[in-house]
Design a protein around this ligand. Structure first.
Ligand code: TXA
Ligand code: MG
Length: 533
């Protein structure tokens, strides 16, 4: 299909679009929220083609767009008095209201539900084609299912060129995120999706409202949802997105601890601190963030970065809508980098006595984080496994389970391959470590100790306040390894030579703990402990 390109301010654009819609075609049109993919809502065949063009699951219902209250009245069983109050205050505008439907609404629009979602857009072009065609239109956002919603005609063209009849260019969408969705079909009016109309604004009209937990949280397995759109991974660029909660200072520190394939998605004026960055609005100002958000998420892929770390918005006002979209684009990955307890990095060569020292710290009330365990846990994450399959081949899975041996065989076959493995697993290890640090905080530990042989290689040291290295003379390390693992002297030497030389550890560490025959680790521990108190 050849897609026709029109400009909203061209003389005939509205008339041509209205005609296509009336004839059962699909037109992407500008609205004040995001671009919509419109079809005649009362024509089931036309509506069906929306699902095909978007690749949208059929159980996800559509919003019906109207231009007058009379049209709304025809679509519902009975107009709720509260809907009139909401319409009075917020229509035309970015609010969608759900009520019991009337018989004229085809099942395909509502995905078989007995309720219908209705919105009166304020964008003049959208309003005009409803008037000209004389029919309400069903319109989801005009993106491929799962991708960020389009806020300009170029975004629409990226996803829809050749799949729909026409695309109308009406400039940048003003709000930038989809409409607020509230249902009046529940006992208490319930916010299903936050948007440009804020919870605070809704409460001014309705009194107390309830907010669906799906706004903030992942749905439980098998949970029946009030708004089917909430259950899909959504708004996601190809890069992996993580939300970073906390001060800018800690955000910067955390990003510096990452490898260089990362993109900082930050607030206006902050980008200069990073190599690759995208700014998405003013800190604390949800409206400017909403306006930029989806464009910013699309830009992430243009940077070619594998991972993006997004500064967390405030969750009040329009900020809640921004946070809600980000959560889904991040598949709910949020890392809180504001840490209130001291974090100590602990490392050392094999046989030096790192584990013994960790045990001693534990007795003193320190919380020990064993990153070897986290490294094993990291390769259990779905996202990491998918990534590993991309890098090392899908056959590292056996019956859907990761074959660790096979992965190790491939990943350790060359330094480059090892580096590739690390670039996938280290970020997840860092994320899990921060999670553990918060656990230490919750348990009121004296400090968190990140016990990591690869403290410096993994850049974990960057999130530590200071680093401690346990050392011992080589001869002593050799005998300890031989005794500990019952291996020969040659094998022990082999293990030692697989690690970085002692000098490397000593140069990078802030504190050295000596663990030779004549050294007293307890004494040194007391000194360290004083430093923490
Ligand atoms: O701003 C907007 O609302 C844009 C523009 C184009 O108007 N449209 C939009 O549509 O975002 P869409 O399809 O991407 O999102 C519609 C949302 C989905 O989350 C869907 O599950 C929910 O509304 N929805 C629609 N009808 C519903 C119903 N009867 N009950 C519960 N949720 C419903
Ligand atoms: Mg959508």
């Amino acid at each position: 299909m050849k897609t026709l390109y029109l400009k909203a301010d061209e003389k005939d654009a509205a008339r041509v679009s209205a005609k296509i819609l009336k004839d059962g075609g699909l037109v992407a049109i500008p609205t004040e929220t995001v671009y919509g993919l419109a079809a005649n809502a009362l024509d089931p065949e036309a509506v069906k083609s929306i699902f095909a063009a978007k690749g949208r699951p059929q159980d996800n219902p559509l919003i019906v767009h109207i231009s007058s209250l009379e049209e709304a009245e025809r679509l519902v069983d009975k107009m709720d008095p509260r809907a009139y109050a909401l319409a009075e205050r917020f229509w035309p505008g970015p609010l969608t209201i759900i009520m019991k439907k009337s018989d004229i609404v085809p099942d395909i629009v509502t995905a078989g539900l007995d309720t219908v979602a209705i919105r009166m857009p304020s964008h003049p072009f959208a309003a005009e084609i409803i008037r000209l065609s004389g029919v309400p239109f069903a319109a989801p956002s005009a993106n491929s299912s799962g991708k960020p919603s389009p806020t300009n005609a170029a975004h629409v063209a990226q996803d829809m060129d050749g799949k729909i009849d026409a695309i109308v260019d009406g400039g940048e969408s003003e709000v930038g995120v989809e409409s607020t969705v509230i249902t009046l079909a529940a006992e208490i009016p319930t916010l299903l999706r936050p948007g440009g109309v804020t919870p605070e604004g809704l409460e001014e009209v309705l009194g107390e409202i309830s907010i669906s937990h799906a706004v903030y949280e992942k749905l439980n397995e098998g949970e029946r949802v009030q708004s089917p759109g909430m259950k899909y991974k959504h708004y996601a660029p190809s890069a992996q997105v993580t939300i970073i909660k906390g001060s800018f200072e800690n955000y910067e520190k955390f990003l510096k601890a990452q490898k260089d394939d990362v993109c900082a998605v930050c607030f206006d004026g902050e980008g200069k601190h990073f190599g690759r960055f995208i700014e998405y609005g003013v800190e604390g100002d949800g409206s400017t963030q909403a306006h930029r958000l989806f464009d910013a998420l699309r830009e992430v892929d243009e940077t070619g970065c594998a991972r993006a770390f997004v500064r967390c918005p405030e969750t009040t006002g329009v900020g809640l809508a921004v946070y809600n979209r980000l959560l889904r684009s991040a598949a709910f990955r949020v890392v809180d980098v504001d840490i209130d307890i001291p974090v100590i990095g602990l490392t050392g060569q094999t046989g030096a006595g790192k584990s013994t020292f960790a045990e001693m710290l534990k007795e003193k009330g320190y919380y020990i984080i064993d990153t070897d365990i986290l490294a094993r846990k990291a390769v259990e994450s779905r996202a990491v496994i998918d990534q590993l399959c991309k890098c090392f081949g899908g056959d590292i899975l056996r019956n859907g389970v990761l074959d660790r041996r096979e992965l190790a065989r491939r990943a350790f076959s060359s330094p480059e391959k090892t580096e590739l493995l690390n670039s996938v697993t280290h970020p997840e290890i860092i994320r899990l470590t921060v999670e553990e640090i918060h656990r230490a905080e919750a348990e009121n530990a004296k400090a968190a100790v990140v016990d990591a042989p690869v403290l410096f290689e993994c850049a974990l040291a960057e999130i530590c306040d200071f680093t401690v290295c346990v050392t011992a003379p080589e001869e002593e390390r050799i005998s300890r390894i031989m005794a500990r693992d019952s291996i020969s002297r040659d094998d022990a030497l082999l293990r030692i030579s697989a690690q970085k030389p002692e000098k490397y550890y000593l140069e990078k560490s802030d504190i050295i703990i000596k663990n030779g025959k004549n050294d007293d680790m307890r004494l040194q521990l007391e000194k360290l402990d004083e430093r923490i108190d």
